[in-house]
Design a protein around this ligand. Structure first.
Ligand code: THU
Length: 134
């Protein structure tokens, strides 16, 4: 399992792939799978702003397209160049809650080396799933 520092360094590489001319806010994400595979994601924007796609969602979707599933994910690191630490948007939380492992760690980091380690249950308690309130 990669260390937090190694995950941050990989997420920085992913961030380089961002296409974000509108927000000018580049975000990178990297997922480490249990077999050691790294899957990269970055935010990709569009002049029709509503079509912009977040870095972490791109990474999780790419993993699925490579055949990985929820149980195969070990950890994800999401990085942005922000003063504090940027936390995943609500849509990404919902997607992670269904497609990402509950046990996996979620590292949110910035370019200054600050980070926070969390998980999906902390980020999105009572996430949408039919009939999951009780
Ligand atoms: N963004 C992400 O990539 N992840 C998030 O969790 C929040 C926002 C991207 C979307 C958009 O391209 C830019 O950041 C500004 O919102």
């Amino acid at each position: 399992m990669l260390s937090i520092e190694e995950m941050i360094s990989e997420a920085k590489k992913a961030r380089e792939l961002s296409y974000s001319p509108y927000s000018k806010f580049a975000v990178g994400a990297v997922i480490e799978c249990k077999d050691g595979t790294l899957i990269y994601g970055a935010n990709i924007e569009n002049a029709a702003y509503g079509l912009c796609m977040c870095a972490e969602r791109n990474a999780v979707f790419q993993g699925y397209l490579k055949g990985y599933r929820q149980k195969d994910y070990l950890q994800i690191c999401i990085i942005a160049d922000s003063e504090g630490i940027t936390s995943p948007c609500g849509s990404c939380r919902q997607v992670l809650s269904e497609l990402f492992s509950r046990e996996a760690r979620i590292i949110c980091a910035n370019m200054d080396g600050e980070y926070l380690v969390t998980n999906i249950d902390e980020l999105l308690p009572y996430s949408f799933s039919k009939g999951n309130m009780r």
